[in-house]
Design a protein around this ligand. Structure first.
Ligand SMILES: Cc1ncc(COP(=O)(O)O)c(C=O)c1O
Length: 386
């Protein structure tokens, strides 16, 4: 792949393409004139080699049902070697999405009335998949320490009862931007083993890391891992994901329930997406992407430090999502929200949707051309300098 075929600086007009990030502004924010810096997809083009593979596939003229091809299994097996995993075909199940898989995992590995633990602030479907399954949601809040969020292990253990069956782990963590260290994961595993709690680890952001990532499957093979190429390659709209476990009983039990709930059908483009993304070219593209994202994150950190030091920018170890804590501005949550949307005219995710400790916080998506990011940050600076 020619490196000059990658151009993250290029502005692409996404208006009127039916994408939720732009065309959903009216229904989610009640405005149409804000710069969308919310939903977790990127304003960068999906890699050229993926686009080309999709174009070739579309030429086949008939778009009928698909089965997961052996090349797709191979692609996942090869890709996961990056995370020190040696998977077999039987360990993997292709699914339509990570969120539907989280829901099926809750239903498969707990009973109605059982307790499921999450660590807020966390990606909001972690709440609904538990509540909508009539399980008890147990929230152990992450705590801010030295500019990043940490798990409160004492709080977590104190909340466990005989009904606690599952931990839904977001690893790396959205929106806290944490890559859990091997030590932290081992500590978690120790507690979970002690109380017989199964860990379901959502590792959808595991390629977008700036420090060493450890898959929970390498800590405890008796866990269920959910992943997808969606975030890494900006292909979320294809609803193509996969679950795996190194424990045969776990994946087999999950497979039965996932099939029962019809979340295992692939779409016509799924095989193409998996194979083209999880390729050698994909690896090269990812390296370039990480360099660009790192620069945008660094720029954002420096910008706030210089112009709005009362806004605490949590350390970003993973993802392109920056968690901004406005608590020290002394403003009320509602005032911050209004300033962002109505004065700065930028649409960020409201921190409260990620849990009650998300108050005063907003999630900023920096996966966009640097020039665009600079314009948006300047607008925030002006709005909060008044
Ligand atoms: C942690 C996490 N899990 C899952 C998803 C969505 O996964 P899917 O689109 O495959 O349901 C997202 C999207 O933002 C996410 O951040």
């Amino acid at each position: 792949m020619k490196k000059d075929s990658i151009n993250f600086d290029k502005k692409i007009d996404r208006m009127e393409t039916d994408c939720v990030k732009y065309d959903g502004l009216q229904s989610y924010f009640g405005v149409t004139d804000a710069k969308p810096l919310w939903v977790a997809d990127m304003d960068f083009a999906t890699p050229k080699f993926v686009q080309k593979a999709l174009e070739r596939k579309l030429k086949q003229q008939i778009y009928g049902y698909e089965i997961p091809s052996s090349n797709s299994f191979e692609a996942v097996i090869n890709w996961q070697k990056r995370h020190n995993l040696e998977l077999q075909k039987e360990d993997i199940l292709f699914c339509s999405g990570v969120v539907p898989s989280l829901k099926i995992a809750v239903e498969t590995f707990s009973e109605i009335g059982d307790e499921v633990v999450v660590f807020p602030p966390v990606y909001f479907p972690f709440f609904s998949v538990v509540k909508d399954s009539n399980r008890e949601l147990i929230e152990s809040y992450l705590v801010q320490k030295d500019g990043k969020y940490e798990i409160d292990f004492l709080d977590f253990e104190s909340k466990i009862t005989s009904k606690t069956k599952l931990l839904l782990l977001c690893s790396p963590h959205n929106p806290a931007g944490r890559v859990w260290s091997e030590n932290e994961l081992r500590k978690l595993d120790e507690i979970c083993k002690k109380y017989n709690i199964l860990v379901v680890s959502d590792e959808i952001h595991s390629d977008l890391v700036f420090t060493k990532f450890t898959s929970f499957a390498t800590i405890n093979p008796t866990s269920l891992i959910l992943n997808a190429p969606s975030k890494t390659f900006n292909v979320a709209g294809f609803n193509t994901s996969y679950a795996f476990s190194l424990n045969n009983a776990i994946i087999e039990k999950f497979k039965i329930n996932a099939k029962k709930h019809h979340i295992t059908s692939l779409n016509t483009l799924s095989n193409t997406v998996i194979q083209s993304c999880y390729s050698d070219e994909g690896g090269v593209w990812l390296e370039e992407l990480l360099v660009y994202l790192k620069k945008n994150i660094f720029f954002t950190e420096k910008f706030f430090k210089k112009y709005l030091p009362s806004v605490n920018v949590l350390k970003v170890e993973a993802t392109y999502l920056v968690w901004l804590d406005f608590k020290e501005t002394g403003l009320k949550h509602k005032q911050i929200k209004e300033k962002l949307l109505n004065n700065a005219k930028v649409a960020l995710n409201d921190g409260i949707t990620f849990g009650k400790n998300g108050k005063y916080c907003f999630r900023l998506n920096v996966a966009l051309p640097k020039k665009e990011l600079k314009i948006a940050l300047k607008k925030i600076k002006i709005a909060f300098s008044k």
